[in-house]
Ligand binder design. Structure first.
Ligand code: IMP
Length: 502
């Protein structure tokens, strides 16, 4: 006979935290959001930790190299999507690892033949007004000049004029060699009163740009997630089909942590993949597994050596798995049960295996609820897809800026490796949609605000660390009437924009 669970499964919005005593030392700036990323033994330190409890989803529309760099700067980690060729995923990982803090690979490049009209188009598209001119128009081509908004006057010039006629030519540019440190570059920027310093290699090929404005922001970023060689840390997704080729390529490219990307991770394929990685690399390669939604799923992956376990089926914003297949579980209930299994495992074995709540975070406060319920960190797709650095195209729909956000189980992503059962090698039916999300600007500003809110709520609960929050949190289920009471009610709201909440 089938097993029935005694209680209904709940989502985050059905819970609230009841404040605990706020001591005078409970101020947001004193809260530490550092959290373990991979398993560790009692009394030891984890080999990898995050400085903020946020990672970005293994998705084409979320985790490319640009978002990887932006998130590592804030202290979190991106897991580069695996629904692409091994070579291109490894190249993205390498790009994050090679991105030096404060050194930017230019994404607006032109040739000497680019016309003023084309320059203006590009400025509109990328929002960047500084454009290196390279021989072949690539980010690493031979440097021949630089165009900034100071080089042209639209009202006085013809749109067909070529960049070669108005750019600042190579011989007039101050540049630095790729071996220069950030502080040496900064000295040059000050000495020559520059806004942008191109960095070139010995053959005069462009490598990076260093911006005056970035130096300050880099110095202000104490939470940056860096490896022992001071390179940004980055994760990468793998699947249960081609891991024997994909894992070595990603490890060579410098990936700091891997994660098995499957919609249902309670499977023998995951066990095989985990065991193969352990056999080949011992515990030098870190790999998370999932997704699961209950104790049995957690224990299975723990027994097969997962470094962390990802929780969540069917709660993602673009996800239609519950509708198409009838599997899943309310995300809050899933996290609460898996966190219990994690704690029991720790009691039994002395090994702490972090858990990640994946999908279904709509409001910022859902993150702090997930942490309070026992998650060590959260994975977000929709949240990050809205930012400038996400790979999706920025478009205008009904006069508002939006970004594209599509599920890995949609026909657009065709990530059959994540969903296919039995090795057909194709996506038999869709489990995700293709959508738009409101554009929300740069990652830094949003993550700063989100983490500030998390810190504030933690203060309300009297907690200065995530562990303290988990120990002290008091959570209550709320009735549907009290959910209505939780928003603005019985007033005529002047501005219906609720973005303050997200
Ligand atoms: P979100 O943060 O609510 O947008 O959820 C993101 C999560 O949804 C990802 O990390 C995946 O676990 C999951 N996901 C991604 N693509 C799909 C899909 O096409 N169908 C179902 N779930 C998906």
């Amino acid at each position: 006979m089938a097993t029935y669970y005694d209680s209904v499964s709940h989502t985050f919005s059905e819970y609230l935290l009841v404040p605990g005593l706020t001591r005078k030392e409970n101020v947001p700036d004193k809260v530490s959001l550092r959290t373990p990323l991979v398993k560790f033994k009692k009394g030891e330190e984890p080999a990898l930790s995050l400085n903020i409890p946020m990672v970005s989803a293994v998705m084409q529309s979320v985790s490319g190299d640009r978002l990887g760099v932006a998130l590592a700067k804030e202290g979190g980690m991106s897991f580069i999507f695996q629904s692409q060729s091994i070579a291109s995923e490894a190249a993205m990982v390498a790009k994050v690892k090679n991105a030096k803090a404060g050194f930017v690979v230019s994404d607006s490049n032109i040739t000497p033949d680019t016309t003023l009209s084309e320059v203006l188009e590009l400025v509109k598209k990328t929002g960047h007004s500084t454009m290196p001119v390279t021989e072949d128009g690539t980010p690493n081509g031979k440097l021949v000049g630089l165009v900034t908004s100071r080089d042209y006057r639209v009202s006085r010039m013809n749109g067909s004029e070529k960049a070669s006629s108005f750019m600042t030519p190579r011989e007039k540019l101050v540049t630095a060699n790729a071996s220069a440190t950030l502080s040496e570059c900064n000295d040059l920027i000050w000495e020559h009163k520059l806004n942008t310093l191109p960095i070139v290699d010995d053959a005069d090929h462009l490598c990076y740009l260093v911006f005056r404005k970035d130096y300050a922001s880099h110095k202000e970023n104490p939470l940056e997630l860096l490896d022992d060689e001071k390179r940004f840390m980055v994760g990468a997704g793998i699947n249960t089909r081609d891991y024997k080729e994909r894992v070595p390529a990603l490890v060579n490219a410098g990936a700091d942590c891997l994660v098995l990307d499957s919609s249902d991770g309670f499977s023998e394929w995951q066990a095989d993949a985990l065991e193969w990685i352990r056999e080949k690399y011992g515990d030098t390669v870190k790999v998370g597994a999932g997704n699961v939604v209950d104790r049995d799923g957690f224990n299975y992956l723990a027994e097969h050596g997962a470094d962390f376990v990802k929780v969540g089926i069917g709660g993602g914003s673009i996800c239609i798995t519950r509708e198409t297949k009838g599997i899943g579980r309310g995300q809050a209930t899933a996290v609460i049960e898996v966190a219990k299994a994690r704690d029991e495992w720790f009691e039994r074995t002395g090994e702490y295996i972090p858990i990640c709540s994946d999908g279904g975070i709509v409001y910022d406060y859902h993150i702090v609820l997930a942490l309070a319920m026992g998650a060590d960190f959260v994975m977000l797709g929709r949240y990050f897809s809205r930012f400038e650095e996400a790979p999706g195209e920025k478009l205008t729909v009904n006069g508002a800026y939006v970004k594209e956000y599509w599920g890995e189980g949609s026909n657009r992503a065709k990530n059959w490796q994540r969903y296919d059962l039995g090795g057909k090698g194709k996506l038999s039916f869709e489990e995700g949609v293709d959508s738009y999300v409101p554009y929300a600007g740069f990652l830094h500003d949003n993550v700063y605000m989100t983490t500030y809110k998390i810190r504030s709520t933690m203060c309300n609960c009297g907690a200065l660390t995530i562990k303290e929050l988990q120990d002290k949190a008091r959570l209550t289920l709320v009735s549907s009437t009290s959910i209505v009471e939780g928003g603005a009610h019985d007033v005529i709201v002047k501005n219906e924009d609720k973005s303050y909440n997200k």
